[in-house]
Design a protein. Structure first.
Length: 532
């Protein structure tokens, strides 16, 4: 194995991290795949994809995320959503993790987040596993070769899955811990091999840093019309709502599939790759994503495959329903090489409604958009988090509460100001259930969702006829070319309309109860926006 591109001006020793075994700096994809195979971390699949199991943790552990409570962040953090850790406990954890790593082989990747050079954040990721280094090399952005020798990180992430935290000693909840120290510019991850913690840690970091610069960090995918970055669309939504699938429209240019910023210059991707759910993936429905699972270096997590043929059974969820693959953005044929777009012309808020109440698409006023953004109604999809085995209705503010260090109103007011300044059209899209709640109804047909989105993005939907929804007050199209009209009236899809009314009343009440927490922070028109 070659040593890769060593950074002689900024080694780990210069950061006070010494006594490790072999340190591999900035290995390329081929070297990392070779190392991961040699270390028996997984195995090569068809086309050179790397097949791996993440062990006991097959999803994120949001309850194990902590922020070190210091004077510099005390008044900025949303402590109701983020567990505090004392500086002393963090120091003990850091020292114990470094002791644990003494003499061990580690892999270092010097990368950055943020496609806009004006807002780039240089991040060093130190991993115990070669395939974690491969994963984060895909998901963050790679500096030019000429930049590597002088690379100095703004922040450092240290990920040590084999280390088990001690709650009593380290001030955490369990043996798994993800913790942020804003004074020391360090992120520590231990006790989990789930690779998604690496990228979500960086996203959480940007969610804290960027609002101070007037930049809106967004848990969204984004695309734009071919040759026309001004026609940009963003898709808010939690995992499993369709962000990756719906933004990877072959007729548009993919900016990114998960995390973006909205600055005074426009939209920019934080990442350099995609992390797509692959449960029930098919070549017919999603050919681009399917193709990546047979390409060299793609990381395929927690899928079941034939040990002889290496064919993956994408329908098998016996390990987890949160099966995923990670690959560089340029594996998608219509991906933007720059990761940049214009100011969003259309804002799509994706929700997976397990109640079967919401229509497949609705047009929102700016006040309604703020209401639904702060509400963040969706359903946790099986496997996305530990212990979630079937969809559960939930409110995840800003469509990403687990990644929000600041209070939701900070992000809501930023988005509100940008919508007002740039005049974006806002839509609520339900990719969940129709014809009844989960267990009775059926999942919204993806072909219908795509047809509705196409009409919204090309402007034809806005020119049609709409009705006012009696439950939420937003506007619902009466008819859309290529879409079964029955889907547009969710009440009519239920066998028992009275049962639908009862379910709708229940959901409206849930919205109102949840939104009470923002009553003292939000304008009256937003508070009342969604109630019909």
């Amino acid at each position: 194995m070659t040593q890769g591109r060593v950074n002689p001006q900024g080694k780990l020793e210069d950061q006070g991290i010494a006594g490790l075994g072999q340190v591999w700096y900035n290995l390329t994809e081929a070297a990392l795949v070779n190392a991961a195979v040699a270390r028996k971390e997984g195995q090569l699949g068809l086309g050179g994809a790397f097949l791996v199991s993440t062990g006991a943790h097959t999803g994120r552990s949001p309850k194990d995320k902590h922020i070190v409570r210091t004077a510099s962040v005390e008044d900025q953090i949303w402590w109701g959503n983020n567990a505090a850790q004392s500086p002393e406990a963090f120091d003990r954890l850091y020292a114990d993790m470094l002791t644990h790593l003494q003499g061990r082989e580690v892999f270092v990747q010097d990368l950055y987040a943020g496609a806009d050079p004006a807002h780039r954040l240089d991040v060093r990721v130190v991993t115990e596993l070669a395939w974690h280094a491969l994963f984060i090399r895909h998901l963050l952005r790679r500096p030019e070769r000429s930049e590597i020798d002088s690379f100095l990180p703004d922040w450092t992430v240290i990920n040590c899955p084999s280390f088990t935290a001690d709650p009593a000693r380290h001030g955490c909840r369990s043996g798994t811990v993800i913790t942020f120290n804003f004074d020391r510019k360090l992120i520590l991850i231990a006790g989990t091999a789930y690779a998604g913690e690496n990228k979500k840690a960086v996203f959480t970091l940007l969610n804290y840093l960027l609002p101070e610069k007037g930049i809106m960090p967004m848990h969204c995918s984004a695309n734009h019309a071919p040759g026309n970055p001004v026609d940009t669309a963003i898709f808010f939504g939690l995992s499993g709502t369709g962000k990756t699938t719906l933004s990877a429209d072959p007729s548009r240019i993919l900016i990114g599939d998960d995390e973006h910023g909205w600055s005074d210059r426009g939209t920019f991707n934080f990442e350099g790759g995609c992390y797509a759910k692959v449960i029930n993936l098919s070549a017919e429905a999603e050919p681009e994503i399917y193709g990546t699972t047979h390409r060299f270096g793609t990381v395929v997590e927690n899928t079941v495959f034939d040990p002889e043929t290496l064919e993956i059974d994408f329908a098998d969820d016996s390990l987890t329903a949160n099966t995923r693959c990670a690959y560089p953005l340029d594996y998608i044929s219509n991906a933007s090489p720059s990761g940049l777009g214009g100011h969003p012309k259309n804002i799509i808020m994706l929700t997976c409604d397990a109640f079967g109440v919401l229509p497949p698409i609705a047009r929102l006023t700016p006040a309604q958009a703020m209401y639904h953004f702060l509400s963040g109604f969706t359903s946790k999809v099986a496997g996305t988090e530990q212990g979630v085995t079937e969809p559960q209705p939930t409110f995840s503010t800003c469509f990403g509460a687990p990644f929000m260090p600041r209070r939701p109103e900070v992000y809501g007011k930023l988005l509100q100001a940008k919508i007002a300044k740039h005049g974006a059209s806002c839509w609520l899209v339900n990719t969940g259930w129709t014809g009844g709640a989960y267990g009775t109804g059926r999942r919204m047909p993806i072909k219908a969702t795509r047809a509705l989105l196409t009409a919204a993005l090309d402007g034809s939907l806005a020119g049609g006829s709409f009705r006012r929804d009696p439950n939420f007050g937003f506007e619902v199209p009466v008819s859309v070319s290529g879409v079964d009209g029955a889907l547009l009236d969710p009440r009519g899809t239920w066998a028992d309309p009275v049962a639908y009314d009862a379910q709708a009343k229940k959901l409206v009440g849930m919205f109102a109860d949840n939104f009470g927490q923002y009553a003292d922070h939000i304008d009256a028109d937003v508070r009342a926006a969604a109630i019909g």
